[in-house]
Structure formats: structure tokens, C-alpha cells
Design a protein. Structure first.
Length: 176
């Protein structure tokens, strides 16, 4: 049975357009957060283009591997854009056992590298609340909120965790 395709609401469209505009003036893309020498942590915005592979276990759980490129920015750091590649492993718990799962809570851990401006990498564990919206069998849109704490490869770290408001465009392969 083919899943029903639900159109995005006006709020989701506005959110998506604002994130695109935020990142359109630079050569964007990566989930390496603002460096700790300039940051205390706090809220950031993220836009990500990813590929992922998800396979389920039990009725409401899944493992997810993903990687791609992302852009991260924050009004608290002058909307400076950090960008580059990222990859992570995620353990998701869906709030519903339906075939087309919508909301999930996950633990994740990943690596990211910033190549815009100062170059640096980070290992980032976190907790994420995601709403998954299937466009077709391959494409997913995933607005999310996460709380994460990056550990930079040079040993530095921010004072506070980051609260990320993000939007993921995901090309997903699922194990049946």
C-alpha cells in the first residue's frame, strides 16, 4: 500500500524558506558548531542535505546511519555561517507503531568538519526530537529540535550545550 503524501503546511513552508534564505548568501553547508573560543553555546539554526539508511527493530525503534552536508548559524554569533560535511549514527524511538512513523526521539553521535573560515572538526553527541514527513519513497523532510554538546578535535568545548532548530532534507533508504 502506497503511503499518503501530506502537503506541507504554511508554517513548515515559511520555516523552510527562512532557512534557505539564511544560507543562500554564502557557499554554505556543515554541522560543525561555532568554535568554543567565540561561543557559550545556545540556540542555532541548521539546514542539512543528507543521505541515510534506516533499519527498524521492534515496532517503534530503529537504527539510522546518515551523512551529508549542513549549514549552521546563530543570531548570537552574528549569523556567521559554519559549513561542511557530517556523519552520524542515531537510535530512534518512534511514538507510534504505524508503518509511516511521524514523531521520534533519538540519541545520536556524530562527526562534523567546518571548512568555511576557520577549519576544525568536532565529535557531537546529542538528543533530538524529529518530525518525519515522507514526500515519496526516497525523500523525507525532517524538521527537528536537538540538544547537543560538541567536543572539538583540539580539546576545546563550549560552555553550554547547543539548542538546534533544524530542517533536514533526507534521501533515505529503509531496510524492509
Amino acid at each position: 500500500m502506497e503511503p499518503k503524501i501530506k502537503k506541507m503546511g504554511i508554517g513548515e513552508n515559511i520555516y523552510f524558506i527562512l532557512l534557505l534564505l539564511l544560507t543562500s548568501h554564502n557557499s554554505v553547508f556543515a554541522d560543525a558548531f561555532p568554535k568554543s573560543s567565540k561561543s557559550l553555546g545556545g540556540p542555532v539554526l541548521s539546514l542539512e542535505l543528507l543521505g541515510s539508511y534506516e533499519f527498524g527493530f521492534k515496532e517503534t525503534g530503529s537504527f539510522l546511519f546518515w551523512g551529508g552536508i549542513a549549514a549552521v548559524s546563530s543570531p548570537f554569533y552574528g549569523f556567521e555561517i559554519n559549513g561542511g560535511p557530517e556523519a552520524a549514527f542515531e537510535i530512534r524511538h518512534y511514538f507510534s507503531a504505524k508503518k509511516n512513523k511521524i514523531w521520534s526521539l533519538s540519541l545520536y553521535s556524530g562527526l562534523a568538519y567546518n571548512f568555511i573560515g576557520e577549519k576544525y572538526g568536532a565529535f557531537t553527541p546529542g538528543l533530538k526530537l524529529t518530525r518525519k514527513k515522507s514526500i515519496n519513497q526516497l525523500l523525507q523532510l525532517e524538521p527537528y529540535i536537538s540538544l547537543s554538546y560538541p567536543f572539538y578535535f583540539d580539546g576545546e568545548h563550549p560552555f553550554l550545550p547547543y539548542l538546534t532548530f533544524g530542517y533536514r532534507i533526507v534521501f533515505e533508504k529503509k531496510k524492509k
